[in-house]
Design a protein around this ligand. Sequence first.
Ligand code: HAM
Length: 471
Amino acid sequence: MRGRGLWGVFRQRLRRLGFGANEYLISQQHLQIRAMSGDLAVVAKDKEASSKGTMQTQITTDPPRGTRDFPPEDMRMRTWLFDKFREVSRLFAFEEVDFPMVESEDLYTRKAGEEIVGQLYNFEDKGGRKVALRPELTPSLARLVLQKGRAQSFPLKWFAIGQCWRYERMTRGRRREHYQWNMDIIGVPGVEAEAELLSAIVTFFTKLNITSDDVGIKVSNRKVLQAVLEKYDIQPDSFAAVCVIVDKLDKLPREEIESELDKAGVPSVAIEGILQALTLQSFDDLEALIGAESGAVAELKQLFALAEGYGIQDWLRFDASVVRGLAYYTGTVFEAFDKEKKLRAICGGGRYDRLLSTYGGQDTPACGFGFGDAVIVELLKEKKLLRAFPHEVDDVVMALDDSLKIPAAGIASRLRSTGRVVELVIEKGKKMKWDVLCDGFVELWSVVWLDPSFPVFYSAAFSITSQTIVI
Ligand code: HAM
């Protein structure tokens, strides 16, 4: 039912009862009045302070560069996004975990020349310990798996949503803090684990109405590069460093990559072979290069076969140029990208079977992905798939007379005990403005007017049960 008709009747009756238009109120207006009076109070205080010579330095009201505030309108969208992350994780029977925002710095100081290490927000705490704000969640997850030890029943299927900090160069969708949704499977050596993760990512995209026309997922396997390095007799201990270098191919000129590989001790004939291998996009070409019996080919083929079972094959494509910039990946690697190529990677992940042993544990099969909150929002905006996130309440309860505040509180409590979201108007002496009420809201909602001379609204409020108002 539309509101205006009924409000018109209410207004007429209230006018007959002698109420002027400004004596009825409504929340939008309310908030404005409150903000204005807040400002006035600050101005008055400043004047007082300056006349006494005690004026403080003005602070900047912007958050530090690359970071964000989340005022209610942004927080509503963030909550919605995180709810989707959680919904999908639970569909796949993953359990939620969390870790501290500050970790010991040595959890991150790997030596393969990764960008992420140079971007650490690190410092000494008051006890002289070297700590860092976490730039990602995977090392914390590995630490927790190690701490809990073998007593747990594997596989572990864990998800987490946490804020990460990287001192990045800011670009669209890349900032100095971001939230990351991670799903990880610990204890499954086969690509069945990767297939589950890829299916979860596609389920998430589908829930947001993103299709395989909008987004693709490039999949490869670091064993491809490993096989190429073996062909040229390159020592396995330079493998991680080579991966980190070639991952920068789309950011740096080819000559710079070649010179970095040269510095890492890769002979020029091998450099040519490596860069050539990264251009492969078909299994036939891959087999021709590293042999049909290679482990990388077998894993990739099995993963793509499983993807057909899940019905997600249209989303995936084999692309050997995906290597990923983190040192710890050992097998499958993947990254989701927007097909218009306007944005940075939407999410990325892979297999890291040896990370736990680098922390002193045993090699443990593991794979997972990280999915940021920033690029996906940019994509939803691009595709016009981002809906509005208004503040929604079911009922507004207000007393038009001070003497009715106590019954108003009782009514609000009764409505809230049934699960309804109730805005109880508590501001003293403020009146909602009738016209704003009528013009600002589309749907009819229940408003409990506690008016001594107008008892009909009591019962009206209780007969309206299902509408939601937007304020
Ligand atoms: P990553 O590729 O560094 O992987 O980050 C994963 C995702 O986090 C990116 O695809 C992007 O969505 C988001 N992201 C990363 N940095 C930023 C940034 N500066 N601003 C906004 N968003 C960003 C990892 O972090 C791995 N630990 C993922 C993983 C989990 N691998 C296995 N398990």
